[in-house]
Design a binder for this molecule. Structure first.
Ligand code: ZN
Ligand code: ZN
Length: 127
């Protein structure tokens, strides 16, 4: 998978460095957190891939959004993800999984609440 950097816009320069798969019974969507880094410029950020579980028929709604986080927040998220022993196991109960796998009473994912997101951008795939 090759992604386009929102800063330098070089095609295929953005790489997914770490992944954390989240999925809780009380959530309406399957969420994957990704640490993204550009190897052309210094950009790094967080990407969130959300896929709805209750779409009608075959239409599974999904969205892939990038977030600009402050350096402290981003380092914190990165450290938690790297410390997870089972990043692809949604039932893992490590700190990262319990902190980011949160949904409100309506099933809406709120795992990034409390972080200082400085803006978001759509993730563009280069096919
Ligand atoms: Zn870049
Ligand atoms: Zn974990």
């Amino acid at each position: 998978m090759s992604l386009q950097c929102p800063d330098c816009e070089a095609e295929g320069s953005l790489e997914i460095r770490s992944t954390l798969q989240l999925q809780k019974d009380q959530c309406q969507s399957e969420v994957t957190l990704q640490i993204i880094e550009c190897h052309e410029c210094q950009f790094s950020g967080l990407a969130v891939f959300e896929e709805g579980r209750r779409g009608a028929g075959d239409t599974r709604a999904w969205k892939h959004t990038g977030y600009r986080l402050g350096e402290t927040d981003l380092n914190y998220v990165r450290e938690l993800i790297l410390a997870c022993p089972k990043p692809f196991d949604p039932t893992c109960d490590c700190l990262a999984h319990s902190q980011f796998g949160i949904c409100d009473s309506h099933g809406v994912w709120i795992g990034l609440a409390g972080f200082d997101a400085r803006g978001s951008f759509p993730i563009r795939l280069n096919v």
